[in-house]
Design a protein. Structure first.
Lengths: 371, 242
């Protein structure tokens, strides 16, 4: 577990943090890559939705030279925690490349932890002995580092993707990590955070990630504890008390373990009211009733708008009452998601189509090759 | 006065200039997400090219705001008087707690348009939506008039779920032959011919003056549903099942 030894203020997981926020995302469905410059501009236009206590990005397709390796991004508090973590990593993985993350001195970004990146894959002997599949093995190792090693936190663990986050306004975080110069991806998601009562911690910023899944979230879910109790039965550990962490685990569980489609997941976590289901066709009624009854504890209540990123695409989803704003747009192969229309227009003034999805209506944009 | 905007111009600086000028007519070009434009203003004519930010014309007390583009959320929040004309779509919570004046939208609006709208003596707020409205239209409506004309071409119904939930005053006119969704038991719906309703006719006539190509006779020569609170069945228990 990451402990802050630099100040006496409490960390995430020690206090409850409600939050506001802005989200934004871009994908080029042709697979063409772009730097982080546009996504930084998009989220910066919604500056007033965040308060400088958290910003972050996820980029997909950014590590083509290492695309078969898991890319771990880690925050360390000190060299001791780094050493301990690297011993653990060496025992469980073959590390093909490791280095300190390249960053740029940026005004407004301070109290920076030690940030490292590793490209690795599981040691085959260890993996075979574990009787787990490869992804389970990686998830377990990530959980162990985050729960057991003092001062270390894995904040990104997918293949050919990476999460970059910290405390500050999102546009400053983007520049801090040189996203506008060093990385090119076919999809980007971004988050600007507005926690109203925060200890402000680097690991607590969004996106949250597990394997190649990432979640950025604007909202405040009221079903947190019900969701947490249920998901923890399946080996997940919610250490941070943030809604976004539990949403990430719920989606991971429904996709990776239960093999649900993204549309089905939307009908579980943002299920229609029974009275609305009653008005639907027999086929829809059957499907939605089944999903609500199969996973009642994974219904997420309260306001949220999320962008879920995965290898090959992005998905936007609102709570069923649509208590948070969300706009989607398309222009040629490019597709956009944003909390506000201005976050899209600033980088693409002329659009083929722009619309606000209804509450609970997922909007999924995938790479053409992945469809 | 013409003000050229871009993403780096902060809403505070912009609104200070709008409030500070003696000029009546103000044009904003390249507007991109600046919030609270025209807040509390009484006597200006503001024309906006671009995408104004949330709470456009909040507490507006008179004058006129015209948007060539789409408006975001909470347009006309608690507005008191004046007119907001939007030549595109408006986002969620349009006319939130509005208590006077008019909001005319050419396109669609999002969730919760007219939420908490109210009327008092001569103050009778009006929202007219050319296209369709999202769920919870007129939620907790206490007064004023909402008109939805259903001129959208995206194939979606004129209203979505939970229209008029918690409504206890005012009127909603929906231009359609059949209601696409159930309405709450505490609200009653009556089918009328548009041209037979004098109040509606006057509103639609005024609306059509703002938008080129909107035909007043054609719009009114159609069936409308009028939604009003059902005094026979007041709220006793809860706001919604579930």
């Amino acid at each position: 577990m990451f402990k802050n030894n630099r100040s006496s203020s409490p960390l995430e997981g020690e206090v409850r943090i409600p939050s506001g926020c802005a989200v934004s995302a871009i994908i080029d469905r042709s697979g063409k890559t772009m730097t982080g410059e546009k996504i930084i501009r998009s989220i910066a236009t919604m500056h007033d939705r965040s308060n400088g206590l958290g910003g972050g990005f996820a980029g997909y397709g950014i590590y083509p030279d290492y695309k078969d390796y898991y890319a771990f991004h880690l925050f360390y508090n000190d060299f001791q925690s780094r050493k301990e973590t690297e011993d653990f990593l060496n025992k469980h993985f073959e590390i093909v490349y490791s280095s300190e993350m390249k960053t740029r001195k940026t005004k407004g970004i301070g109290n920076v932890p030690i940030i490292y990146r590793y490209f690795l894959f599981p040691l085959s002997k260890k993996l075979n002995n574990s009787l787990m599949d490869e992804e389970q093995y990686v998830v377990k190792c990530v959980n162990r580092i985050n729960a057991e090693i003092d001062g270390a936190f894995v904040f990104s663990s997918g293949k050919n993707m990476g999460i970059f986050k910290g405390v500050g306004f999102p546009e400053d975080i983007g520049k801090f990590y040189l996203l506008d110069e060093e990385y090119k991806g076919y999809a980007w998601t971004a988050h600007g955070r507005y926690p109203t009562n925060t200890p402000g911690w680097w690991g607590g910023a969004h996106p949250f990630g597990l394997l190649d899944y990432s979640v950025v979230h604007n909202g405040e879910i009221s079903s947190y504890d019900a969701n947490r109790r249920y998901i923890e039965m399946f080996g997940y550990k919610c250490t941070l008390q943030t809604d976004t962490e539990v949403i990430t685990y719920i989606i991971d569980y429904l996709i990776r373990v239960k093999k649900l489609t993204l549309q089905e997941i939307a009908k579980v976590i943002s299920a229609s009211f029974w009275s609305t289901i009653e008005e639907k066709s027999d086929r829809e009624k059957r499907e939605e009733t089944f999903l609500r009854k199969a996973f009642p504890s994974l219904l997420i209540n309260g306001p949220f708008s999320i962008v879920f990123g995965f290898n090959g695409g992005i998905m936007a989803l609102n709570d069923r009452l649509k208590l948070r704003s969300m706009v989607c747009a398309e222009k040629g192969d490019k597709a956009y998601i944003s909390s506000e229309e201005c976050g899209i227009r600033v980088i693409e003034p002329e659009l083929d189509r722009i619309f606000s999805p209804a509450g609970g209506q997922p909007v999924i944009y995938k790479l053409k090759e992945a469809e | 006065m013409v003000i050229v905007l871009n993403e780096s111009i902060d809403f505070r600086a912009l609104n200070k200039r709008i409030r500070g000028t003696d000029e009546h007519k103000i044009t904003l070009n390249g507007c991109i997400g600046q919030r609270y434009i025209g807040t509390g203003v009484s006597d200006k004519q503001i024309e906006i090219n671009g995408t104004p930010g949330n709470a456009l014309g909040a507490y507006l007390n008179g004058g006129e705001i015209v948007v060539h583009g789409n408006a975001q959320d909470a347009t006309g929040d608690t507005m008191n008087n004046g007119e907001i004309v939007i030549h595109g779509n408006a986002g969620d919570a349009t006319g939130y707690a509005m208590r006077g004046g008019k909001i005319y939208i050419r396109g669609n609006t999002g969730y919760r348009a007219g939420i908490h709208m109210k009327a008092y003596m001569d103050f009778k707020p009006v929202i007219v939506i050319g296209g369709r409205a999202g769920s919870f239209l007129g939620e907790y409506q206490a007064g004023g008039i909402i008109v939805v004309l259903g001129q959208n071409d995206d194939g979606l119904p004129i209203i979505n779920n939970f229209c008029g939930t918690g409504m206890h005053g005012g009127k909603i006119y929906l231009r359609c032959n059949a209601l696409p969704h159930k309405i709450p038991e505490q609200v009653c719906a009556k089918k009328i011919r548009g041209c037979d309703d004098k109040e509606l006719s006057e509103i639609v006539k005024d609306y059509c003056k703002c938008f080129f190509g909107m035909n007043y006779n054609e719009l009114l020569d159609a069936d409308f549903f009028v939604l009003t609170p059902n005094s026979e069945n007041p709220y006793k228990r809860m706001y919604t099942d579930n």
